[in-house]
Write a protein that binds this ligand. Structure first.
Ligand SMILES: Cc1cc2nc3c(=O)[nH]c(=O)nc-3n(C[C@H](O)[C@H](O)[C@H](O)COP(=O)(O)O)c2cc1C
Length: 253
């Protein structure tokens, strides 16, 4: 196997390899030009059947950020971030196009919900990397799905728009050590899925993550990742989500 350092590389690959979530920011302003440059680049992301079913809310107001921080599960970095971007799945334009052609968007099924959420996610990731390439760092905030209705109210989202995830963005005031990833050899399969890779991946990753956390001064168990995942998904995570998203106009049925 080729050593990772001997693989082809590029500026984009280097940016991706260096990426890490950042939750502390300097006071320095993030200009509107920077945000616009990031979002205009991100909107070149591929979009399923060209539906472009996303909208982004740029939030700078301190009270709005504080309210979002609470809704996202009391995440202080959301209140303290210079800019918060809300990446939303947005069916309003599809609904308008449908109505203009004599149809209702009653058929708002799982595919529509998934496709619009994937679209919003691709734009968000593209924005994240565009920002990173300018030296702007941040972290995605899935905590907004703790309380989707509160988030919709805070952001004034109309029916058929929900915030898939948010993003804190700013000039970094920390350089966190990178969290290790699972071994390439267990995550990538050749020709057919290798089920033996599942246990091998977890067995190798638990001690690697434990070592990372301990080196960062964070307490953990020896089965660090397994322990955290079991705790996170038991009892089921965000059990209210289907009902909340339905009330916002996404049936996911
Ligand atoms: C969709 C998504 C939602 C996330 N939500 C949160 C969040 O609500 N709060 C937070 O602090 N980090 C959040 N993160 C960041 C992850 O915790 C982080 O990416 C992961 O632990 C790996 O660390 P790294 O990004 O530094 O490599 C989220 C990441 C993603 C992709």
């Amino acid at each position: 196997m080729t050593s990772p350092t001997d693989l082809p590389s590029s500026e984009t690959i280097r940016v991706l390899h260096d990426r890490v979530s950042v939750r502390r920011f300097s006071e320095k302003d993030v200009s509107e030009d920077h945000v616009e440059a990031v979002l205009r680049a991100a909107f070149r992301a591929p979009t399923s059947s060209n539906i472009q079913s996303y909208s982004v809310i740029i939030v700078r107001d301190a009270d709005t950020k504080a309210a979002l921080a609470t809704a996202a599960g009391n995440q202080g970095h959301v209140a303290r971030t210079p800019v918060f971007l809300a990446f939303c799945a947005d069916l309003t334009r599809i609904e308008l196009a449908s109505k203009r052609n004599g149809h209702e968007l009653a058929d708002n099924n799982l595919e529509v919900g998934l496709v619009s959420s994937i679209d919003a996610s691709l734009v968000g990731m593209a924005a994240y990397m565009a920002a990173d390439s300018l030296g702007l760092k941040g972290v995605m905030i899935g905590g907004v799905r703790n309380n989707p209705r509160d988030v919709a109210r805070i952001l004034g989202l109309p029916h058929r728009v929900y915030c898939v995830y948010g993003m804190c963005l700013g000039w970094p005031a920390e350089t966190p050590a990178q969290k290790p990833r699972m071994d390439y050899q267990y995550v990538v399969h050749r020709e057919r899925y290798d089920e033996a890779a599942t246990a091998a991946a977890v067995d190798a990753y638990d001690p690697a993550l434990a070592a990372h956390y301990r080196a960062s001064g964070r307490q953990t168990t020896d089965d660090s990742w397994s322990h955290d995942m079991a705790a996170k998904f038991h009892p089921p995570l965000r059990d209210n989500l289907r009902a909340d998203l339905k009330s916002l106009g996404f049936d996911f049925r």
